[in-house]
Write a protein that binds this ligand. Structure first.
Ligand code: ARG
Length: 588
């Protein structure tokens, strides 16, 4: 389909160049699939002005230009300036196998993909899952179109929370509880620390912010509570290499990693690198020196900051602090170091960083710094809306955390009920597997299927529904095809070439051919919901086909052709879900 769209586009462009001259062609002529035609071109509406012609006239020219292409059966001009193209059935049938081939648009290029990146000593909660799931899908999609992908888990293993944790450890640790559930106990003492800190603040009359884990880099206020002073002191000792604090810090990382890895395994997620913030510690002094030497950063009241101006950076933003007056470095400093390191080590053409919406300013600042340092890679902050439960949002500090594992357990339980209701005869062992695949699938698909920049509210009924754009719906479509294939195979029938296409078959072939377009769009725009929308549409087109076109009872040549369609649809559903990190089952 890609090749055809390009051929139509260049035939149409050539006609316009011939008529009006190349300099008049202000935008390229684009043909693309559309709900109203096999292929449509809307460029005439954009070109009318610069060509000095009515869009309908331009459209007529474009239609003429592509009419002779061997794939084109019919062209039509529609108000206010569309060209609608109908393709030959024979062309569609002959190109069926293109549905399974991606253009290698990423060949020879490397992408560094920074995702998941949870914070040590805090459990991964439902709010972290989206970075992990989106990132993993992007990794698979980018690889499918030929990119070399470096999947890097930029662990939050450094920062002010360690001062607090060390104080909390010494004051509040319950050793038995820690032995049973290390990260749970670390969370408990962390929450206790902040409760006590809040109480001390209240006693001092200092205002308490409701929810903010990220603002601990600010200088200590004059009226800081005792606990906070202690935490800062422990942090300074840790940064200076105090053996006891360093040993504690390492222990926090180790116990957290065990937990993270268990979850990654369950989710089927894997990384090539786990270079946490602390990996860059050695590089921070040099990073700030380089920023100063290139004039990117400047001293300001004892600290070092990067200032941004509209002229130079496209927007005036608040300055970015890269070294505090006390000599301490910040989250942003290690990000600058990471950026430089990644460019030197992998020479990527793109760097993608997946986090929630709250870090948009941070990455706009960081990318402006990178541009001033001469970094040419395309830098993309793949941000997503915070996940909410109907009862509200999440915060580690308040202890209002839904554990990701509890969520996945519940997903599997609920999916088991769905599996039993669909097919009461399924043996228990198979129910367990269906429950795992559908339960995990629904949680992932729920995150992936919505435009990442919209706010997601999680509800079980929606995530597990067998109707609509959900994992169970798409997984069920796959299982249903597999069951048809088994039944027909029992009759000894095998797939064969396509024959004259009925409308539902034609629509199905056309939908199949759009699969590589959807995958490529996800790779380029980092919006996996486009692939979910596609799979949902394909499952829908299959449902219509299956309703209108009997497979088992059709005469042999038609049955063979329909088996081929079943086979391709099953393959695309399975591969598409796999790119999203979601498995299928052979029956449910
Ligand atoms: N650990 C950070 C957080 O949880 C996310 C890190 C994202 N990556 C980065 N290079 N800053 O907020």
């Amino acid at each position: 389909m890609h090749a055809l769209l390009e051929e139509l586009g260049s035939a149409a462009s050539a006609a316009l160049v011939k008529e009006f001259g190349a300099e008049k062609l202000s935008v390229p002529v684009v043909f693309e699939p559309s709900p109203r035609a096999d292929v449509q071109c809307a460029t005439a509406m954009r070109l009318g002005k610069s060509l000095g012609r009515a869009p309908l006239d331009v459209a007529a020219l474009l239609a003429d230009a592509v009419a002779a292409h061997p794939a084109v059966a019919k062209t039509e001009v529609a108000k206010p300036g569309f060209v609608n193209v109908t393709l030959h059935d024979a062309w569609l049938a002959a190109h069926l196998d293109d549905a399974l081939v991606h253009r290698p648009v990423g060949a020879g290029q490397t992408v560094v993909l920074d995702y998941s990146s949870p914070n040590v000593a805090k459990p991964m909660h439902i709010g972290h899952i989206r970075s992990t799931i989106l990132g993993e899908a992007m990794k698979r999609v980018l690889r499918a179109v030929g990119y070399t992908v470096v999947a890097d888990n930029h662990l939050g293993d450094w920062g002010t929370q360690f001062g607090k944790l060390i104080v909390a450890w010494r004051r509040y640790l319950d050793a038995a509880a820690y032995a049973r559930d290390p990260v749970g106990e670390l969370l408990r003492i962390y929450v206790k620390f902040s409760d006590e800190e809040k109480a001390q603040k209240a006693a001092l009359g200092v205002p308490v912010r409701s929810d903010d884990d990220d603002n601990d880099d600010a200088p200590l206020p004059a009226q800081a509570p005792e606990l906070l002073r202690e935490a800062r002191a422990e942090l300074v000792k840790l940064q200076a290499g105090d053996p006891e604090n360093v040993a504690l810090w390492k222990q926090f990382i180790d116990v957290s990693m065990i937990e993270f890895e268990r979850i990654y395994k369950r989710l089927g997620v894997s990384f090539d690198e786990v270079l946490g913030e602390s990996f860059y510690n050695d590089r921070l002094p040099g990073t700030v020196d380089a920023l100063l030497a290139t004039g990117t950063a400047e001293p300001s009241q004892g600290a070092v900051v990067v200032n941004f101006t509209k002229e130079r950076d496209g927007a005036a933003m608040t300055p970015m602090l890269v070294r505090k007056a006390d000599g301490g470095f910040l989250y942003g400093t290690s990000d600058v170091a990471a950026m430089t390191y990644r460019v030197e080590r992998w020479n990527p053409s793109r760097i993608l960083i997946v986090t929630d919406e709250r870090q948009q300013l941070h990455f706009r600042q960081l990318f402006a710094v990178a541009r001033r340092l001469g970094i040419e890679a395309k830098l993309e902050h793949v941000w997503f809306g915070l996940m909410r439960l109907p009862e509200g949002t999440f915060s580690t500090r308040d202890g209002n955390v839904i554990s990701l594992e509890a969520l996945l357990d519940e997903a599997e339980e609920r999916a088991a009920a769905v599996a039993r209701s669909l097919n009461p005869e399924l043996p228990d062992a198979e129910v367990a597997n269906v429950a795992r695949v559908v339960g995990l699938g629904s949680v992932k698909y729920n995150d992936l299927s919505k435009d990442r920049q919209t706010l997601v509210t999680f509800t079980w009924d929606k995530a597990l529904s067998l109707q609509g754009n959900t994992a169970p719906y798409v997984q069920y479509a796959y299982a249903r095809i597999r069951s048809i294939q088994r039944k027909v195979a029992e009759l000894g029938a095998v797939p064969g070439p396509l024959v004259a296409l009925e409308p539902a078959e034609r629509a199905l072939v056309l939908t199949l051919l759009k699969y590589p377009l959807a995958v490529e769009e996800v790779a380029m725009s980092a919006r996996p919901h486009v692939l979910c929308d596609y799979l949902f549409a394909l499952a829908g087109a299959f449902a219509t086909f299956f309703n209108d076109c009997p497979v088992k009872d059709a005469e042999p040549a038609v049955r063979a052709a329909r088996l081929t369609l079943c086979d391709r649809v099953a393959t695309v559903l399975r591969r598409g879900l796999d790119l999203l990190g979601i498995e299928v089952v052979e029956r449910m």
